[in-house]
Design a binder for this molecule. Structure first.
Ligand code: CU
Length: 460
């Protein structure tokens, strides 16, 4: 693969000494916040500075909302095809979830849709198209969605790093002809050949010597699991927008599946002028994808030690036995081909499914079932045995809810809206179903979703 320039990993091992520069932000005005968000064409450089790559994007580089403050987002579609916006990970009103064909009609070119909701959780989320996602997401229709705590926790600076990989041709343009490649759809999904951070090639971010920095890491790729190597030790303080009860030390690299988010706290060393290289581990090699430039600080530094957890969000695991127990089996894909499955109510052979671009199934059903996988009353604690019977990894995403798992690959009691599952892995998850409406469950490797890994549930 044609990745960016390869550089060697330089570890910054200096002891962390940090100044206390906390500025508390008080958000006293909790009236309705109004924002306009336009989907439109944009140009970026995906090969070098001389190349102008035609992408799709939004009129804002990121959205920053405040926990508990109602918002009205006027979404204007200036693209030449219908679209929608999904607020990934937000536990909001079902009608605002942005899933075309399930919760709303597509927003036609030139038309507007007003999304109204109140974010109840502070944390790192993202917004992206949920219409023809396999193409629209790959063309750039996403942005970071930061929900701020009413009072800033104990750190000095935030840096957002949103990772993506793009499939770029020799002429610097997105490869548009490969979007419906059944080989991609039945294998790992559509992988790119250029990595970006915040839609930029090797951006240089900046912090001051001795600062404690909150890094908000988001994987926006269609299908690539990123192995990110941070140049300095730190702590994982949140996953998928939900704070960890106990911060977890981060050493070495961190695997981030498509749609997953991690919040880290890191202490910038007292080395003005240093360059901290952020990297991507791929097949045993380190590729630099971003840098943090360390600038001189005027303030004094003191050792700060392990951080406190971020303030808790209003999410609770009830102390009761699960009332509903289910299985969700991931099936099919290359090397474990489906022999048959139900598709649109019809029992079809593997060959007939492939003719309909279906290669995967959940519990024997390829793509959206006519009936929900389960229908529960609000307040039900649902236990699901997740079984990956395929030869591939999957990033399983539940809409409108977070859940906990017994996966050994995450810190204990981690809340997820997206969970990475290894081939042949079995994981038990517990989900308090408490948000009314129709909600999707799907693999966030978008080609897997398109080719069958998608179902839904209802809470009534
Ligand atoms: Cu998948």
């Amino acid at each position: 693969m044609n990745l960016n320039r390869r550089r060697f990993l330089a570890l910054a091992g200096a002891a962390a000494l940090a100044p206390r520069l906390v500025v508390a932000q008080q958000h006293t005005d909790l009236g309705v916040r109004k924002i306009r968000l336009i989907a439109r064409e944009e140009n970026r450089s995906m090969l070098d500075e001389n190349t102008s790559t035609r992408l799709w994007g939004y009129s804002e580089n990121e959205l920053r909302l405040v926990q508990g403050q109602p918002v009205e987002i006027e979404f204007i579609n200036e693209l030449s095809e219908p679209s929608s916006v999904h607020w990934h990970g937000l536990r909001i009103n079902n009608a605002m979830d942005g899933v075309t064909g399930l919760t709303q009609d597509p927003v036609q070119p030139g038309e507007t849709f007003v999304y109204k909701f109140t974010p109840q959780d502070a944390g790192t989320f993202w917004a992206h198209t949920h219409h023809r996602t396999y193409e629209q997401l790959a063309r750039g229709l996403y942005l970071p969605l930061i929900i701020e705590e009413p009072t800033t926790p104990d750190y000095d600076r935030e840096l957002v790093m949103m990772f993506d990989d793009w499939r770029v041709k020799q002429d610097g343009q997105i490869d548009l002809d490969s979007f419906e490649d059944m080989h991609d759809w039945s294998h790992s999904g559509r992988l790119g050949n250029v990595l970006t951070v915040n839609k930029q090639l090797e951006p240089q971010l900046a912090a001051l010597a001795g600062e404690r920095v909150r890094l908000r890491l988001i994987n926006a790729a269609n299908a690539r699991v990123m192995t990110i190597r941070a140049p300095l030790p730190g702590w994982i303080v949140a996953k998928d927008g939900q704070p960890l009860t106990d911060v977890a030390p981060l050493r070495g690299s961190l695997r981030i599946a498509p749609a997953e988010r991690y919040d880290l706290l890191v202490d910038i060393p007292n080395e003005a002028g240093a360059i901290l290289p952020f990297g991507f581990d791929y097949q045993g090699q380190f590729y630099e994808i971003a840098q943090i430039q360390v600038n001189a600080s005027a303030s004094e530094s003191t050792a700060r030690g392990e951080p406190k957890p971020l303030p808790a969000n209003p999410i609770y695991m009830p102390s009761k036995e699960p009332e509903v127990q289910l299985k969700l089996e991931m099936q099919g894909g290359a090397m474990r081909w489906l022999s048959e499955a139900t598709y649109k109510g019809e029992r079809l052979s593997g060959r007939e499914l492939m003719q309909r671009q279906q290669a995967w199934a959940l519990n024997g059903i390829a793509n959206m079932a006519e009936k929900p996988m389960f229908d529960v009353a609000s307040g039900t604690l649902v236990e699901i045995e997740m079984i990956n019977s395929t030869a591939w990894e999957h990033a399983m995403h539940f809409h409108g809810h977070h859940f906990q798992s017994d996966s050994a690959n995450y810190p204990p009691s981690t809340w997820h809206d997206t969970l990475l599952m290894a081939p042949q892995e079995r994981v038990m998850i517990l989900m308090p179903a408490d948000n009314l409406g129709k909600w999707l469950i799907h693999c966030h490797m978008i080609e897997h979703q398109m080719a069958g890994m998608k179902t839904w549930f209802t809470v009534s």
